[in-house]
Design a binder for this molecule. Structure first.
Ligand SMILES: NC(=O)c1ccc[n+]([C@@H]2O[C@H](COP(=O)([O-])OP(=O)(O)OC[C@H]3O[C@@H](n4cnc5c(N)ncnc54)[C@H](O)[C@@H]3O)[C@@H](O)[C@H]2O)c1
Length: 438
């Protein structure tokens, strides 16, 4: 395949060397005449393991050239990869100025080209860029419609500087954003020698999966750095503690707890988060990230309440009261907090939770709920039908087994706010469904 790469910085230079090494014909393009001159002479514009040899070898064998001439690069290639920078603006938002400019110049060059051309976004761009920005810019500049001599894919890059060549050759996946019904055959062909799984998804999903990855890496590092500093202040070898922590592949290093939804609660997570934060504060360790965890959780409950309140009516049935299904533990349940919020605002609330029998609650559990919601038994419904009767808004925290079947059968016309992500609810006709973050 004949490929032009726009932007020969860290991502572009590695792509030039590695794609040429896969047997493709590469043209590197940049505004910087210095970088172009270096690449054209067989030298790497970046310092990175293995890349100097790849570039020198492929320039020598004629598979890799470089130019500042956009029209020539587009005319002499079938596919253009965009790998220009997407830096932060002063307010934290991303600057897509270089992306916009390079797309406009590629589009103008496509307008002069008789054959079809494909543009691939490698730069990290926010969700929605393809549909609201990149494709419109390309269509306007080229005078073509997407799918008619103009093709566009989003193909985020996952490499890390320092191990970029290895990461390029063994990526976690090849992620492609494409229009509905397009299986991105051209990119599958380009990456055929790379054995990573290929996922072709909607543009927005591809763009956000990459964004999410970097955000998560930053969150992991902040967690490890702050928690490590607290441990170290307590005289613990933080690296050793983290080594043991990472041994748990069931809950710690796994997809557990990585499903977006409603707030956490129960008798352990809130208590132990507060206690760890308090240890850090007592030791004088700055831990702004860890201090924000409980605030973040409270904001999730606030967001659920705002969704309910936005409907402007107060006849609500809530399914689920304990912090998770199958237990009657109400301590620090986020559903208790949500219920309190509604009661405090004068809502006519009914609650159904098969596992919670207020009369049978004991000890700390009983004391907790009596303090938080006195006379809660008056709000508890004995079955699905009586919970639903006369209610216009149904909040689903959790409901399982026969109760879920009964609920699905009985719903008729209500607003349903789904905090649990129940697939059958989303597809249920005759209700006004609202998913919490899906
Ligand atoms: N660096 C990484 O490790 C890495 C990894 C994955 C993804 N990314 C993403 O890839 C993108 C590129 O990152 P980078 O680190 O390679 O950036 P970089 O700053 O090293 O390189 C960008 C290059 O684009 C060139 N450029 C700007 N406008 C141009 C134009 N109109 N035409 C041609 N060239 C132009 C610049 O001169 C520069 O050489 C960013 O979106 C980044 O977030 C970076």
């Amino acid at each position: 395949m004949r490929i032009s790469i726009f932007g020969i910085g860290y991502v572009g230079a590695v792509s030039c060397g590695c794609l040429a090494d896969l047997g493709h014909t590469l043209i590197g393009v940049d505004l910087s005449t210095e970088k172009v001159a270096l690449l054209a002479s067989g030298q790497s514009p970046i310092v990175e393991a293995e890349i100097s040899e790849l570039i020198a070898g492929n320039v020598a064998n004629g598979r890799l050239t470089a130019t500042t001439d956009v029209a020539r690069a587009v005319a002499e290639s079938d596919v253009s990869f965009v790998a220009v920078g997407t830096p932060s603006r002063a307010d934290g938002s991303v600057s897509l100025d270089a992306v916009d400019a390079v797309l406009a110049s590629i589009g103008a060059a496509i307008a002069k080209k008789p054959s079809a051309h494909t543009v691939v976004m490698r730069s990290t761009v926010p969700a929605g860029t393809a549909e609201t920005r990149a494709i419109p810019i390309l269509e306007k500049a080229s005078g073509r419609k997407l799918g008619e001599g103009l093709f566009y894919y989003s193909n985020p890059e996952f490499l890390r500087e320092g191990s970029a060549v290895r990461d390029f050759r063994v990526p976690p996946m090849t992620l492609i954003g494409a229009p509905e019904g397009d299986d991105a055959a051209i990119l599958r062909e380009i990456y055929a020698p790379i054995t990573a799984p290929v996922h072709v998804v909607q543009f927005k999903l591809a763009e956000s999966a990459k964004h999410l990855s970097n955000l998560y890496h930053a969150v992991k590092l902040s967690f490890a750095n702050e928690a490590g500093a607290v441990l170290s202040a307590l005289g613990v070898d933080a690296r050793e503690a983290f080594r043991i922590f990472c041994e748990d592949r069931a809950l710690n290093i796994s997809s557990a707890y990585l499903r977006p939804g409603f707030a956490f609660g129960g008798s352990c997570l809130p208590k132990d988060t507060r206690s760890f934060v308090s240890l850090g504060e007592q030791a004088g360790v700055p831990i702004p990230f860890l201090q924000s965890v409980m605030k973040s959780n409270e904001s999730v409950i606030e967001r659920a309440f705002a969704m309910i309140a936005a409907h402007g009516r107060q006849d609500v049935a809530m399914f689920g009261l304990a912090f998770k299904p199958g237990t009657d533990d109400l301590r620090e349940s986020p559903f208790v907090t949500l219920a309190e919020r509604m009661i405090g605002r004068g809502y006519g609330l009914k609650i159904f939770d098969r596992s919670v029998n207020v009369a049978h609650l004991l000890g700390a559990n009983r004391a907790y709920i009596e303090k938080e919601i006195p006379h809660i038994e008056r709000l508890m419904a004995g079955d699905v039908a009586s919970a639903l009767s006369g209610t216009g808004i149904v909040v689903v925290g959790h409901v399982n087994g026969q109760d879920r079947i009964d609920l699905l059968a009985a719903l008729d016309g209500q607003v349903v706010i789904d905090l649990a992500g129940i697939a059958e609810l989303a597809d249920l006709p005759g209700i006004q469904y609202q998913g919490f973050c899906w």
